[in-house]
Design a protein around this ligand. Structure first.
Ligand SMILES: C[S@@+](CC[C@H](N)C(=O)[O-])C[C@H]1O[C@@H](n2cnc3c(N)ncnc32)[C@H](O)[C@@H]1O
Length: 315
């Protein structure tokens, strides 16, 4: 989308990009019924991050239900909602938020199409359970006649040149030359310290994650909505592919960050990790450094490990 577009602070269907500085319910009130093709978000997780107060799980779910109901109202008949969540952690015990939110969506008549597992390598190191290395994207649609464009999001085949060696199709490619369906387990690096997209926000989406959803679930010119916008990633992924996009964010420093990143995207200067780049593999890259998989306790105080130790936390 060209840099001719301006970023509006209030919603109108004549706009192309809207960053609403305030509560998502206020933005949602200004959006007409059935006007959004894709609602994609990672809501506050109720983990007590700096921008959220930790609420009782029931209260959190009630608040989410109010926002979800409004998102369903503004969703087009052929539209999709992608709600990306992790776990609620209560004194070391986890509650998978997708499991407890699932009935909120189905009671509103939505149908689940996929529960996408987003796997990544970086995160807290737990000491009383296995460290969490995935979150989920719950994908729901309003009807069975939903938009789904597979071709723009196909990924390379494992054996791209493979051909039938006998039978009526002998000599022809045995797999789709455009690539294969990416499946429902997505291995995409999360935005941690060394990631090119990292800002001061504690939990950004990688742009490539949202690009895949935008390309497969919308067409050019459609509206994409992120009620919990953070650093503006959903809008960036949408405008990159000629969609219109709106989002709300309550914290003013993140509103400024979102606007600045969207402006960079429009100017073509925003640095992002490209879609479908293979995940960095130190062994394949010829890195001969070997790290013991087991770190004995006695070594934990060695200076080289002190930095690492800071990362260790019992959530
Ligand atoms: C998990 S983060 C989203 C990060 C985002 N996916 C990104 O790529 O940057 C949730 C965001 O929702 C914002 N937020 C919390 N409650 C909100 C509300 N009622 N309306 C709008 N934004 C809200 C928080 O400030 C936070 O930045």
């Amino acid at each position: 989308m060209s840099s001719l577009y301006t970023i509006s602070s209030s919603f109108s269907t004549s706009e192309h990009i809207v960053v609403y500085p305030g509560d998502c319910l206020d933005l949602l009130k200004s959006i007409p019924d059935r006007s959004m093709q894709l609602v994609v978000t990672s809501p506050p997780y109720n983990l007590g991050k700096e921008y959220e107060k930790k609420l009782k799980l029931e209260t959190y779910l009630e608040q989410q239900a109010v926002v979800i109901e409004q998102c369903v109202r503004v969703l087009s008949t052929r539209g999709s909602i992608c709600w990306q969540v992790g776990n609620y952690v209560d004194r070391g015990a986890i509650v998978p938020l997708d499991a407890v939110l699932y009935p909120v969506f189905t009671k509103l008549g939505l149908r689940m199409r996929n529960r996408i597992i987003w796997h990544f390598e970086h995160g807290l190191h737990c000491s009383n359970r296995f460290s969490g290395r995935y979150e989920t994207i719950m994908w729901f649609t309003k009807s069975d006649d939903h938009i789904f464009n597979l071709d723009p999001v196909r990924v390379p085949q494992k054996y791209p040149g493979k051909k039938y060696f006998k039978g009526p199709h002998a000599g022809e490619y045995s797999s789709n030359p455009l690539g294969k369906n990416p499946g429902d387990i997505w291995i995409i690096p999360n935005v941690k310290s060394n990631h090119v997209e990292k800002t001061e926000h504690p939990c950004q989406f990688p742009v490539e994650l949202i690009e895949r959803l935008v390309l497969s679930m919308t067409n050019e010119g459609d509206w994409v909505l992120d009620p919990f916008l953070g650093t503006g990633t959903s809008i960036i992924a949408a405008v990159r592919h000629q969609r219109r996009a709106a989002g709300a964010e309550t914290v003013s420093k993140y509103v400024d960050l979102a606007r600045s990143r969207i402006e960079q995207e429009l100017a073509g200067t925003l640095r992002t990790r490209p879609m479908n780049r293979p995940v960095y593999d130190p062994k394949a890259a010829g890195n001969s450094l070997t790290i013991s998989p087991w770190i004995p306790k006695v070594n934990m105080e060695q200076p080289i490990l002190l930095e690492k130790k800071k990362e260790y936390a019992a959530e």
